[in-house]
Ligand binder design. Sequence first.
Ligand code: BDR
Ligand code: CA
Length: 307
Amino acid sequence: MAPRRIILDCDPGVDDALAMLLAFAAPEAVKVEAITTVIGNVMLPQTTANALRILDLAGRTEIPVHAGCPRPIMAPIERKKSVHGGDGLGDIGLPAPTGRAEAEHAVDAIIRLVRENPGEITLCPIGPMTNVAMALIKAPDIAPLIPEIVFMGGAAFRPGNSTPAAEFNFMIDPHAAQVMLTAGVTLTMFGLDVTAQALITPDWMADVEAAGGPITRAAIAMLRAYGHGDPCLHDPCVIAHFIDPSLFQGVDAWVEVETTSPLARGQSIAAVAERHRAGRAPNAHVITGLDTARLFALLREKLLSLD
Ligand code: BDR
Ligand code: CA
């Protein structure tokens, strides 16, 4: 099968960086057509610089990076403290980027690439969904041209990580998540239901570090600095699914996001039973199950192949 052509829409972010590296290590499964950046784990200039720094690390500077939205749809925010460190990549001293972002805005790049390649470009938002929502709002004609949106966000059947109700990406821009969920595009959701099972262990890190070269060692250094209280490889699950879908199982559901309640802002509500869906067909395949041991074996093999 030809590799899946994707736009990786991200907010690096240590686990975003790991998702990028995993994609680069699996050209048989994934072709990254562009990287688009958004505010999220850190502010937009930093997420953009971080995407470029990871391209330098991996030697993949031919992949275009487009900076996108510097704030969520409804109101500006400040991002100061993060489980990803001050610079968003664990403060491990990765050099400043050698390259620059393209002049074209991420939203326009998404619209252009989808229109130029109808039915070909899968969108993979692994940060707040602001760029994807803005593209769908600016150019509604692209919705039927997108074969699938595979995203990291939400928590269908469990508590959140940002608040008791909400997962981080949905919490930062719940309105954007809602636009994406109701756009009529085929959706596959990697929420905390599954990604919280991708828990990194010190033994796994030590083993991979000992076997690896400079790229692997940088990846493990970032991981060691990441995620106090939340050391999960959320975003790489999206990419792992293209490499080996048999690692995951899920259920179909109608999923929406709470946008108004101050207590439950960003909460994902997933209706599985017919009586809860009230006549609506499922809008998403919600991934819930993961073979964790096989995922970490895959990550090990692929990371080591980069060095
Ligand atoms: C999500 O939030 C971010 O911190 C991670 O990069 C991931 O996309 C997990 O809730
Ligand atoms: Ca992310």
